[in-house]
Ligand binder design. Structure first.
Ligand code: PEP
Length: 255
């Protein structure tokens, strides 16, 4: 069957009940049609709303082909952690995926490599699939340090990840391309994806079976050229995931 081809929409801290309902009503049918056609190629789509909407979105998606994901989880399993949401709660709400190590969490909320590793461990215990984000800042790219930065972030995650197929996804998201309108060129993205795959392989993971997504200003106009690269297995989509037409076109570029 090969590795999954996956598009994940990260809705971030956007929208409300009415907007979530409206977006889903436009997504469910066209994505079901693509998923049915793409069954043989292991094509999957997921959306990750903010935590308060997980229950509602999960209910709407229950009989759909779109999977549910969350944008974060707590590093502890349960207890006196006011305001936090545990991985077990996300599993209870029927999440499949959890985005971890997103650059916004790393930069704004103290999600260091070791915190990300704890969160990955909690997700795995709960049967969830972490989408582990790695990526360099503009300064790190300009200093020629991107390979080192990504390798360090990835190594910290690999230390707690199982060497098994279909337990996690990696997302390469250059920080300078997130929400900026600047996209890595397909060649720049492919170079990093190939590095990530060879690091997975060197560490004993079934690298050819693990999906590696690209994220950073993916739009309908650039999706096909990014997805045509050998080691790009799909996308983690921010802004364009909030526009039904755009998100459907991006999914269709992969499927
Ligand atoms: C993201 O936040 O994961 C992302 C890729 O955002 P955008 O597509 O808006 O750059």
């Amino acid at each position: 069957m090969g590795r999954p081809k996956l598009v994940v929409g990260n809705w971030k801290m956007n929208g409300d009940t009415a907007q979530a309902e409206a977006l889903l009503s436009l997504l469910i049918k066209p994505i079901a049609a693509m998923s049915n056609q793409g069954q043989a190629s292991n094509f999957q789509v997921a959306v990750c709303p903010a935590h308060p909407y997980l229950g509602l979105v999960g209910t709407r998606l229950a009989s759909s082909t779109i999977a549910l994901g969350a944008q974060n989880c707590a590093q502890s399993p349960s207890g006196a952690f006011t305001g936090e949401t545990s991985a077990a709660m996300l599993a209870d709400l029927k999440c499949t995926f959890v985005i971890l190590g997103h650059s916004e969490r790393r930069a704004l909320f103290g999600d260091t490599d070791s915190v990300v590793a704890l969160k990955i461990a909690r997700c795995l215990e709960a049967g969830l699939k972490p989408i582990v984000c790695v990526g360099e800042t503009l300064a790190e790219r300009e200093a020629g340090q991107f390979a080192q930065v990504i390798s360090t972030q990835l190594n910290a995650a690999l230390a707690v990840l199982p060497k098994e197929v279909n337990r996690f996804v990696v997302a390469y998201e250059p920080v300078w391309a997130i929400g900026t309108g600047k996209t890595a060129s397909p060649e720049q993205a492919q170079e990093v994806h190939a590095l990530i795959r060879s690091q997975l392989s060197a560490a004993g993971f079934p690298a050819q079976e693990i999906a590696i997504l690209y994220g950073g200003s993916v739009k309908s106009s650039n999706a096909a050229s990014l997805f045509s690269q050998t080691d790009i297995d799909g996308g983690l989509i921010g802004g364009a995931a909030l526009i039904a037409e755009e998100f459907i076109a991006i999914c269709s570029a992969l499927q």
